[in-house]
Design a protein around this ligand. Structure first.
Ligand SMILES: NC(=O)c1ccc[n+]([C@@H]2O[C@H](COP(=O)([O-])OP(=O)(O)OC[C@H]3O[C@@H](n4cnc5c(N)ncnc54)[C@H](OP(=O)(O)O)[C@@H]3O)[C@@H](O)[C@H]2O)c1
Length: 446
């Protein structure tokens, strides 16, 4: 059994109060009995418990807030491995931890590379170097993003770009890309950029930062002859859970397509300007949104089965949506009788003329076919009973709907209206009213 693997193990998790981290902790602690789970949280125990109690119904929050196997460590990732923790805690972690889940990260897509050097790259590198010294380390899990390879959209002519579960070097295929990564990292630290970054068209600095972080993590593992201990999980666009901890679970701002829906709901005109190179963008361009529980179960299964290297946590070719399908679901969320529609232009994805969501997310109007071959193979090896209780693939048996995130769409629309100093009734008028998912069904259980 997958869950037996975690029994008696000691785990260390960063980002445990985030979207993925919370879902991962709920799943792990409700299915298995680890010896101890250390959760790094800036702000400590009170802050972590307050966040979980805010985002989860009591039955699910209790799994985390009342758990005797969990210890919350008040610390913060930075550009040293100390994480603001006392030396004795660092020594204790070193001696006891078997599995590290590194899910903490800035998800600010547009922050400069100089900033991301401090919020994504240095923390990941420092934690990797520290964890690779653990004598009992079985797996170091680094959460990256499937869009770390989004620059491939610009280097391919196809309107559906295939991405495999591997590293795509930014120079020549045969080069030593770990050595190149070290050189690039040194330049990024000195200048805030690098030649390889300038030579490729990434949608956001964040995508390149994750691409570089993946290679640096692997480089450190190679140096210590521990490549078999590193697992890189690449989620696509996170969406609410299909099943665990309960259907519809999401943080208020964790799902990017909820953010898009909130912005489109507020759009006063009839046309929303978006960029594409597809001839029939509504049908050809796609959105790979993956339920958070699929990310969590894929991660936990691959760790238990000792997978190393890169894994896509995605909906894939079968589960992704065409823009048309997404738009169909969106139309049901806006109250006013006219519905804004995409107005497709062939501008560059950095064009300042696009709608603010086009400028922010940039991958709208593209299409990526992320391979999920390695999970398909693993699933074939699992028994039918075990597979049935795992969410390894997105459930697309029902038509796609944004209904369960109505509350979050409205919440985000109100936040945008506040920022822009628009009257709040405008957001309330345009959005359908929704209750938090946990109140829709009194029987929701984790
Ligand atoms: N969201 C997406 O659509 C998406 C898609 C693909 C990949 N990913 C990746 O998946 C991982 C998890 O994403 P998420 O959506 O769960 O993120 P999230 O909800 O924004 O949570 C981020 C977590 O990281 C913590 N954190 C950030 N910086 C920290 C620091 N310096 N020290 C300690 N803790 C820190 C935050 O703590 P606080 O509570 O203190 O803020 C929070 O717990 C990230 O690596 C992200 O890049 C996300």
């Amino acid at each position: 059994m997958i869950w037996d693997y975690y029994n008696g193990k000691t785990l260390f998790i960063t980002g445990g109060t985030g979207f993925i981290g919370t879902a991962l902790l709920c799943r792990l602690l409700s299915q298995s009995s680890p010896k101890r789970v250390y959760v790094l949280c800036r702000g400590g125990s009170d802050k972590a418990k307050a966040k979980w109690s805010d985002m989860l119904p009591p039955s699910a929050a209790n799994i985390l807030t009342q758990n005797e196997r969990m210890t919350i460590l008040d610390g913060e990732l930075g550009n040293t491995a100390t994480m603001s923790l006392p030396e004795e805690t660092l020594q204790m972690l070193k001696q006891t931890v078997h599995i590290v889940f590194h899910a903490a990260s800035s998800v600010q897509l547009h922050n400069s590379l100089r900033e991301l050097a401090y919020t994504v790259l240095a923390p990941s590198l420092c934690l990797t170097q520290y964890a690779l010294k653990f004598p009992n380390l079985e797996r170091f899990v680094f959460f990256s993003t499937a869009y770390a390879n989004a620059h491939l959209w610009k280097t391919h002519d196809s309107t559906d770009v295939s991405v495999d579960e591997r590293i795509y070097p930014l120079g020549r295929e045969e080069e030593d890309y770990y050595k190149v990564a070290l050189e690039a990292w040194s330049t990024v630290q000195k200048t805030g950029s690098s030649d390889e970054y300038d030579a490729h068209d990434f949608p956001w600095p964040y995508a390149y930062a994750k691409h570089l972080a993946e290679r640096l993590v692997l480089q450190k593992a190679a140096e210590r002859n521990k490549m078999d201990k590193v697992l890189i999980i690449r989620p696509s666009v996170l969406g609410p859970a299909d099943k665990f901890p309960y259907p519809g679970f999401a943080t208020s701002d964790g799902a990017p397509s909820t953010t898009c829906a909130a912005a489109y709901v507020l759009h006063p005109g009839r046309r929303i300007k978006l960029a594409t190179r597809c001839e029939y963008p509504n049908q050809e361009s796609t959105i790979d949104e993956v339920p958070v529980d699929v990310v969590v179960d894929r991660t936990l299964v691959h760790v238990a089965l000792e997978t190393s290297g890169c894994i896509h946590a995605v909906s894939g070719e079968q589960g992704r949506l065409s823009t048309e399908e997404w738009w169909h679901a969106f139309k049901k969320e806006r109250r006013l009788p006219w519905h804004p529609k995409p107005s497709w232009v062939s501008d560059n994805w950095h064009s300042p003329d696009l709608h603010q969501m086009g400028r922010r997310f940039k991958i709208i109007g593209t299409s990526f076919a992320f391979s999920q071959e390695r999970t398909v193979k693993v699933a074939e090896k699992l028994g039918a009973g075990e597979k049935e209780n795992l969410q390894l693939f997105a459930d697309r048996s029902k038509p796609y709907s944004l209904h369960l995130r109505r509350y979050h769409i409205r919440y985000q629309a109100v936040q945008v209206a506040k920022q822009r100093k628009w009257p709040l009734w405008s957001a309330r008028l345009l959005c359908r009213k929704g209750k938090p998912v946990v109140h829709l069904d009194k029987n929701v259980k984790a």
